[in-house]
Design a protein around this ligand. Structure first.
Ligand code: TPP
Ligand code: SF4
Length: 287
């Protein structure tokens, strides 16, 4: 049966914001996994940060925690420690993850808990009216950087690879089919999966938008050197470099749950799966 992932919450994203498409791809991914009996509705738990992206919490009928700014990732790892059988997804913005929550990003790769990070990268702190983030292009003029930001953007894909990531992918918020394929592979990966979604913001940092012509699809890649080369191709400066999208790197390693004896004991225990009424359930009525 098709799960009902809709909620009654009013959607307040700008009309045409690519967050609508990320939401659609997430619903398709989870619906397909449930319909094909690979997972149950109650197997999923989400965390979100604070930002435009984070409103996805209100639009998805899934259990979860709407977190403090910068803290969606450690909270998600906490959920996994509480119940290693859950499929946990953390939705985070580039400002939230790479500024406020940067330390959590690096440590998440080290832990390699079996969960997924969906990173909405619009190269802007959009909810708070467009201040530059660590991935904004150099020279980005905003109210907070009237002379243009002097900082050079840093490259999260390179950082993930250097931090021993076992799954690094990139996709485009304009391509629901590609996002759905990548999200599905990320959720199925054993270990910590990081998916960067390149997303336009229609209101702030418009200069960074419309990078489609630079994007090209790659085959799933398991070679670290090749992954590092893919990572080099885009430097996050507007309109420069080719942008590979797809599975940039995947390796097979034991997850945190497989290494930690107490967690391992709980894996696949049927009675450990959450009920709708447990503490993670949201109070948003479905349609
Ligand atoms: C601890 C803390 N610091 C700062 C803020 C203010 N704040 C809320 S949302 C936000 C911007 C979020 O930007 P990003 O994570 O890139 O998400 P986007 O809005 O672009 O989707 C900021 C700075 C906050 N709420 N809490
Ligand atoms: S401000 Fe930008 S990111 Fe936020 S809802 Fe509008 S278009 Fe989307």
């Amino acid at each position: 049966m098709k799960p009902n992932l809709n909620t009654k919450s009013e959607n307040t994203w700008c009309p045409g914001c690519p967050n609508h498409m990320i939401l659609a791809a997430t619903k398709q991914t989870i619906s397909k996994l449930i319909e094909s009996k690979k997972a149950k509705h109650t197997d999923f738990a989400i965390t979100t940060d604070i930002g435009c992206h984070a409103k996805i919490f209100d639009y998805l009928n899934l259990s979860g925690i709407y977190c403090l700014h910068g803290r969606a990732l450690p909270t998600a790892i906490g959920i996994k420690l509480g119940n290693p059988n859950l499929k946990v997804l953390a939705f985070v913005g580039d400002g939230a993850m790479y500024a406020e929550g940067m330390e959590h990003f690096i440590h998440a790769f080290k832990h390699n808990a079996n969960m997924t990070l969906i990173l909405h990268d619009n190269q802007s702190f959009s909810l708070t009216t467009g201040q530059p983030t660590p991935t904004s292009q150099q020279g980005y003029i905003s109210k907070a950087s009237p002379l243009g930001t002097f900082d050079r953007p840093f490259n999260p894909i390179k950082l993930a690879l250097a931090s021993n990531a076992t799954f690094v992918a990139r996709t485009s918020a304009r391509d629901i089919k590609h996002m759905t394929e990548v999200f599905t592979k990320a959720i199925k990966h054993t270990g910590f999966s990081f998916v960067e979604v390149i997303q336009d913001c229609l209101i702030f940092n418009k200069e960074a938008n419309n990078k489609d012509s630079l994007m090209y699809k790659i085959q799933d890649n398991k070679d670290k050197k090749g992954a590092e080369q893919y990572a080099e191709e885009f430097d996050y400066n507007s309109k420069s470099g080719k942008i590979p999208i797809g599975i940039i790197y995947q390796s097979k390693e034991r997850s945190l749950e497989e290494k930690w004896p107490q967690l391992k004991k709980q894996l696949n225990k049927k009675n450990n799966l959450p009920k709708k009424s447990n503490i993670l359930t949201k109070i948003i009525p479905t349609k």
